[in-house]
Design a protein around this ligand. Sequence first.
Ligand code: 8YV
Length: 315
Amino acid sequence: MSDTHLLICGNSFNDVDRDRLSTAYPAVYVDAPADMAALESGLRASMRAVAFKGHTPFGAEAMDLFPQLGLIANYGVGYDAIDVGAASARGIAVTNTPDVLSDDVADLAVALMITQARTMIRGHAHVASGRWATEGEIPLNRKVSGSTVGIVGLGRIGREIADRLAAFKMDIHYTSRSEKETPGWTYHNDVVSLAGAVDFLVVALVGGPDTKGQVSREAIAALGPRGVVVNISRGSTIDEGALLDALEAGNIAGAALDVFENEPNPDPRFLKLSNVVLQPHQGSGTVETRTAMAELQLANVAAFLEGRDLLTQVN
Ligand code: 8YV
């Protein structure tokens, strides 16, 4: 058996974050869970913690390769790639990196909404191409301040988004597992009712099987021709086929999306649309926040390997 107890898994780790982990503890590295079986059996037998980053599934079969595994420390607030039920059944703790990223993700949600409504991608192209001088102004677009917004999921990130939009004098509606103490904001029992009441629908749900397709074809239809969908959560939360159908037919006004079902290769139908703003899942992607996420992940690994309480356990 080796004396290396930490496995770093995920090809999206940058060098700094990987070095931070492997400087703290002797570690081995694999690109993805599918590569874990190729590790030498003595090495696998000594592994106690996995520092995980990415969105490729980490399931029971991979966990069973490591008889001593006690922790999967996820880099990210969303841990839908990890089979948490399988981890719990094996006595494996799972941690995530909440709170430190909420501001950035909420900032991006607001930016997406305004970029879509104010046709800023078109505006940039108009200036950059020189067409401003030859063609004059771009067509008038859409006012955001004072309009009506529906937040799907008023958790930590949803709340940050709603607080920002309240400062834009927007009428705030939301769905959530339970009604919150938010005077002046309107609670809806379901997403269809929410969508029917608002102009902008901002999706801030956790990912995973429980929320799959919650923004359904029916909800998208209820949003109607002035409706704009903003998603900073997981692509799986929206019926993407229904969204594409509605965007192509002009049954809704547009969408602004940071997440997709098939990342990093979104459905090519999105690329043909002029009423969308598309981002490469970069909600938490600032230097400051990614550093804080990496530090929180390492703090969980350190707590586990040194026998202290975990900071942000989810199971
Ligand atoms: C990712 C995210 O973790 O926190 C989340 O749930 O989706 C992101 O911050 C990031 O893309 C790194 O994989």
